[in-house]
Design a protein around this ligand. Structure first.
Ligand SMILES: O=CN(O)CCNC(=O)c1cccc(Cl)c1Cl
Ligand code: NI
Length: 183
């Protein structure tokens, strides 16, 4: 199982690399890894397992965070309208996005960042992405609000981007003019 010992922390160059496309159809090994990533996120949200294994809670994880520079991500969360999202995705690609931006008022956190980095992280309010699921289906997902934010945080990891790269260093709490809060 994946534990916090497997999580790469900031400073490791793998977090600043452009991850490689996964060749499709995915190998059994790639499917196993992505399945383990999804299970880790579920475990991190299970009080007993998280306590037992000292897991920090997360709603998503990208392969570079476990030192694997491949374009794979897993998300598991319920959005503000109680819609459940639970995906393992290969080669996710944002094919279109809104001009409008959104953000989480409380900012974002990252398992690869062992410190608080306060500030507004502007994200596209709506995204359309193409990806191949853990089950092997090619999907086209239209996401908005919290789901759009989480998936953008994970796709950033595949492109060597950390959430704090988006925070305005002069005025971290500045709300961009075309942005509305996601909550
Ligand atoms: O890359 C994934 N992580 O680092 C897992 C830990 N962070 C979170 O769960 C998290 C927390 C707040 C906002 C967002 Cl958007 C995310 Cl993603
Ligand atoms: Ni992260």
């Amino acid at each position: 199982m994946i534990t916090m010992d497997d999580i790469v922390r900031e400073g490791d160059p793998v977090l600043r690399e452009n991850a490689e496309e996964v060749s499709l159809p995915p190998t059994d090994e790639d499917k196993h890894i992505l399945g383990e990533m999804l299970q880790f996120i579920k475990n991190s949200q299970d009080e007993e397992i998280a306590e037992e294994y000292n897991l920090r809670a997360g709603v998503g994880i990208a392969a570079p965070q476990i030192g694997i520079s491949k374009r794979m991500l897993a998300v598991h969360f319920t959005d503000f309208k109680d819609k459940e999202y639970s995906y393992g995705l290969f080669n996710p690609k944002i094919i279109s996005h809104s001009v409008e931006k959104t953000y989480l008022p409380g900012g974002e956190g990252c398992l690869s960042v062992d410190r608080e980095v306060p500030g507004i992280v502007p994200r596209y309010a709506r995204i359309t992405l193409r990806a191949t699921t853990l089950e092997g289906d090619e999907v086209k997902l239209r996401l908005k609000g919290y789901a759009a934010i989480v998936v953008q945080h994970e796709i950033d990891h595949l492109n060597g981007i950390m959430f704090y790269d988006h925070i305005n260093s002069e005025n971290p709490q500045e709300i961009p003019d075309n942005a509305t809060s996601a909550d």
